[in-house]
Design a binder for this molecule. Structure first.
Ligand code: PLP
Length: 234
């Protein structure tokens, strides 16, 4: 007998993670339907900061393959084991990077989304050569020009791109932004998209739990979702 001892209810109940994931897939579908033509769905990057490895395992079992961590320290505590068990998984660094952590970033990350200084570009570049591994990179743009926030000012994006691809030789595939928390995100997404178009970059990492549908409508190719998928962080 498959469901013995009156446990069928608990067994058949979808997990909170499954329920959240289904809602996100539905939200992505809704956003895509408002766009003309057919568009590929954006890549869902599960922002797994503060989440335990067990919950990440559960997300991988649902078919999620891209994850984002903010801190190298947290990455080192969870990801060496997870990556060994799930070599198909792609790990993104979505938080600020210090140049003395560049070796770990290159070792464990497939995508580094937060290039915003020459020093960081240089550190990633020299580690890439040392390790014979070339992660994809995004330039983080501080679209709201907030003094406390990481990222290059929009007007400095081209200079940073030239330096990162030319002098440092990085594989820069796109741009990333985190709009100011108390403004409507649409103008920031539009600005990032315009910059990427001008610079010939195809990847746009924008949109979080509260605004990912808007970001998809504005052309996001990657959305970074934490709370919408995992629930509130502790
Ligand atoms: C935490 C984080 C996210 C996800 O935020 P939610 O609002 O929980 O979806 C996305 N991007 C970055 C850079 C983050 O640090």
């Amino acid at each position: 007998m498959l469901f013995a001892c009156g446990m069928s209810d608990t067994i058949l109940q979808p997990s909170p993670l499954q329920t959240h994931y289904d809602a996100i897939l539905q939200g992505i579908g809704e956003a895509l339907r408002t766009l003309p033509g057919t568009r590929l769905p954006p890549t869902l990057v599960a922002a797994s900061k503060t989440q335990p490895a067990s919950l990440i395992e559960e997300a991988i079992a649902l078919g999620i393959t891209h994850f984002g961590e903010n801190r190298i320290q947290d990455m080192l505590s969870k990801w060496p084991g997870l990556k060994e068990r799930h070599p198909e998984v792609r790990l993104h660094l979505i938080g600020p990077l210090q140049s003395n952590k560049a070796a770990d970033a290159v070792r464990f990350c497939d995508v580094i989304e937060t290039i915003d200084r020459e020093r960081i570009a240089d550190a990633i570049a020299s580690e890439s050569v040392k390790q014979g591994k070339r992660p994809a990179c995004l330039i983080q743009v501080n679209t709201g020009e907030e003094p406390q926030k990481a990222g290059v000012a929009p007007r400095d994006t081209e200079t940073m791109l030239r330096y990162a691809t030319g002098n440092a030789g990085l594989n820069v595939i796109g741009l990333m932004c985190i709009p100011p928390s108390h403004q409507h995100p649409a103008p920031h997404f539009a600005l990032l998209r315009t910059l990427a178009e001008e610079l010939g970059l195809a990847t746009l990492s924008m949109g979080m739990s509260g605004d990912y549908k808007e970001a998809i409508r504005m052309g996001a190719t990657h959305i970074r979702l934490g709370t919408a998928l995992f629930g509130e962080r502790h």
